[in-house]
Design a protein around this ligand. Sequence first.
Ligand code: ATP
Ligand code: NCN
Length: 249
Amino acid sequence: MDNKHIVLLATGSFNPPTNMHLRMFEIARDHLNHLGFTVCGGLISPTHDLYKKKDLAPSIHRCAMIKQALVALPWVKISDWEVKQSCWTTTRNVLQYHQNFHDIIISSIRNGDEVDTSLFPVQFVKNINAKDLNQNMAINIRLLCGADLLESFAIPGLWKDDDIEAIVRDFGLVVVSRSGSNPHKFIYESDILTKYMANIIVVTEWISNEISSTKVRRALSRNESVKFLISDLVESYIKEHGLFGTLNK
Ligand SMILES: Nc1ncnc2c1ncn2[C@@H]1O[C@H](COP(=O)(O)OP(=O)(O)OP(=O)(O)O)[C@@H](O)[C@H]1O
Ligand SMILES: O=C(O)c1ccc[n+]([C@@H]2O[C@H](COP(=O)([O-])O)[C@@H](O)[C@H]2O)c1
């Protein structure tokens, strides 16, 4: 199977989505294109409301904010599958669900079945032609993350070793460096990650910055400007719904 066609999937709280989340997709796609991959699209899968994280806004708002943010990044779409589950789901399961979904779409197209194109991840139709489908083309869902998420693999009790292994072995990672992180060193120090090093692509963010949702929430609650940190549409949504302590400010 050819695994050159990639859909990047990012999971996290997106509480709220920042411009850095969008940039993460852009620089990853750029880097992968240079390596000879075809990035067919991107997906954001916000984490479930039951994921234990301080000040997590309800997923109905996080999904709405992500949709507003993605107006500026039309090749990426939101997937609300994860938030619609009855409880929190592991990232391994999220990746597997989306991989299965794409496998079904590909085989339907190959069989000439009628397929609802509105379900397609993004640029799918544009980037895939019939010739590819006649060969052994496959879509490979890869986990896109910042280096802090990679480094969270080492937090005792947070991730199951089996899941980490399945994520790197069956899907692969695209890791964007983040201020204060050293993904290469982290990979070197982990036996599992070193074993599957070929499936991990590190993208260096040379224009590193400290933007995080935590800092954006803090600024909002203090009535400080968040312009150029999040999109104007996201900011309007937050203020309209009084999220993150903006009520009556
Ligand atoms: N500035 C950044 N540089 C690189 N990756 C980032 C950056 N901000 C977020 N990411 C990545 O985006 C994904 C989703 O991030 P998440 O929603 O946890 O944002 P966050 O800013 O880290 O949030 P919080 O501050 O609430 O913990 C994660 O993989 C995270 O590593
Ligand atoms: O699959 C796991 O075992 C697992 C363990 C810890 C965290 N995660 C996921 O990693 C993401 C972390 O998001 P955040 O905002 O806390 O950086 C979130 O989507 C979680 O569902 C997943």
